[in-house]
Design a protein around this ligand. Sequence first.
Ligand SMILES: [Fe+2]
Length: 177
Amino acid sequence: MYYQILDHLPQVPQHFIDKIMNNIDNLNFDEYMKGRRTPVAGNKMFPRSPVEDDLKDWIITHITDRGHLIDVAVTDYDNNKVALRPHTDRTREYTLMYLLKTGGDDHRTVFYKPKDTTINVVRNMDFDYNELNEIDSIHVPLYTWTLLHAVTVHSVENIPGMRVAIQIGLEENFVGL
Ligand SMILES: [Fe+2]
């Protein structure tokens, strides 16, 4: 399994979500994006910033105390780029994601294996689509904790609009995925 929907975990209280969305609305987004690095060359930018302390405390109490990065990740219009191209994450084995805005109705998180089976897939890699075979995909649901294996090659497709997610980095599979 490359993902698991954890709908038994509690939903994030609305006032935290309102605050995140207000903060994003109040940002000068172009300025915000300018200071960020593109994580993978040619990729859509997906900058992250840490969540505020009160939400971090709520997550530690109600979701997990094992997250080593707890961020809000935002992407918006970015020179017609509509995908996060195939990659493995640099900083985490698993991502526990709580999606607040999808980026597009047809959004899809796709998992792949390299056609060349001798390639050892580790962290911080990127690939061209033609090097890969699709093995699975998920339409990550809104407002639902979803665990994703971040070191399986994955992309996010069809996200022309703004996508917003709370993301927690985990080193171990705390739910037995
Ligand atoms: Fe990723």
